[in-house]
Design a protein around this ligand. Structure first.
Ligand code: P6P
Length: 336
């Protein structure tokens, strides 16, 4: 008989989903777990490339810009094609939307089988790849709308964030960590390189109600709205009681810290980007879903991120996300 701790408790993402579905959603068919295993497979492949960047030819730019007008890194393409390949044959994905693709990819006509729409930023923060700073993958999962014909692709895609059935991210850093929610709390898994599996590391993650960390790119201060400038004056004043600034410049890493330590991340509109920089469908929405599930909150300065009705595939939005009291504090100074 093996000693009790000889075999470490090993709960993978798939097993975690199935266990929770078995208790919370007995009628679940397990097809969601099968879909998520496509994402975990893709992110394990991406993690392998990120870990070996510098040794294999994945660094540097691919020599063109994407629909966002941003320089595409080689790893952006690898990540994008890896996710497309891993999700493409799952059988239950009808549409894929990527930050790197001008248009949606129609995998198969939406029907009872191919009911999922997966939206993702394949490699967020990729400009940091060459300097070995944390980067990440963000994903959002919608279901097809029952009230819309299968062919009306954009109507199925442009759903508000509260319609998400799942969301998550993977941060490639000192360790590779996946966080996901299906509306039943936030759960984290760490990639165990010894066995090549994401193992449960934190269940029921909650965001601290407050936090003395603010995260904003203050180089743009002169372009910020006056209310944001007033907040920045306050947060650095004696009156605030003392905050510290942390800005990695990689949304997934800045959000992961905010989720675990509390505080607030803010990417406001600027004179040059009046709608903000970050994308609603595959950055703000999934992270807002996770933030709310962990007890935090996310707005665009005016309304709840998850209530925003998208009007375009790559629509941008201002983003204020983090601990409830810290987001509220910014709102005291800035009401657009
Ligand atoms: P800035 C990375 O390019 C990204 O999309 C996010 O990961 C990050 O939060 C933001 O842009 C940083 O933008 O303008 O501060 O460099």
């Amino acid at each position: 008989m093996l000693p009790k701790n000889a075999v470490p408790r090993l709960q993978t993402v798939q097993q975690h989903i199935l266990d929770r579905q078995r208790t919370q959603h007995p009628d679940a068919t397990g097809e969601f777990s099968w879909l998520l295993s496509g994402i975990t497979l893709a992110t394990k492949i991406i993690a392998d490339h990120v870990r070996r960047a510098g040794l294999i030819d994945v660094l540097g730019t691919a020599g063109h810009t994407n629909v966002q007008g941003e320089q595409v890194e080689k790893l952006d393409i690898i990540a994008n094609e890896t996710i497309a390949a891993c999700l493409g044959y799952r059988g239950n994905v009808g549409i894929m939307v990527s930050e790197e693709d001008d248009e949606p990819r129609i995998i198969k006509d939406l029907d009872d089988q191919a009911r999922y729409i997966v939206l993702f930023d394949p490699l967020d923060g990729s400009s940091n790849i060459d300097v070995n700073v944390s980067i990440g993958t963000i994903f959002s999962i919608l279901q097809r709308r029952e009230d819309v014909a299968a062919g009306r692709v954009m109507d199925h895609i442009l759903q508000p964030g509260y319609q998400q059935v799942a969301a998550g991210y993977v941060v490639y850093s000192s360790s590779t960590v996946m966080a996901y929610t299906t509306g039943d709390g936030v759960h984290m898994f760490t990639l165990d390189p010894a066995i090549g599996a994401f193992r449960l590391s934190r269940e029921g993650v909650t965001m601290p109600e407050s936090g003395r960390i603010y995260s904003m790119n203050e180089a743009y201060r002169r372009k910020f709205p006056d209310g944001i400038k007033r907040y920045l004056d306050w947060v650095k004043s004696e009156e605030s009681g003392g905050y510290t600034a942390r800005y990695i410049g990689s949304l997934v890493a800045d959000f992961h810290r905010t989720l675990l330590k509390g505080g607030v991340f803010c990417y406001p509109p600027t004179v040059s980007a009046p709608r903000g920089k970050l994308r609603l469908l595959y950055e703000a929405n999934p992270l807002a879903f996770i933030a709310e599930q962990a007890g935090g909150t996310a707005t665009d300065g005016r309304e709840r991120i998850l209530d925003k009705i998208p009007a375009a595939l790559h629509q941008r939005t201002p983003l204020v996300i983090g601990s409830k009291s810290e987001v509220a504090k910014i709102a005291e100074f800035w009401q657009p």
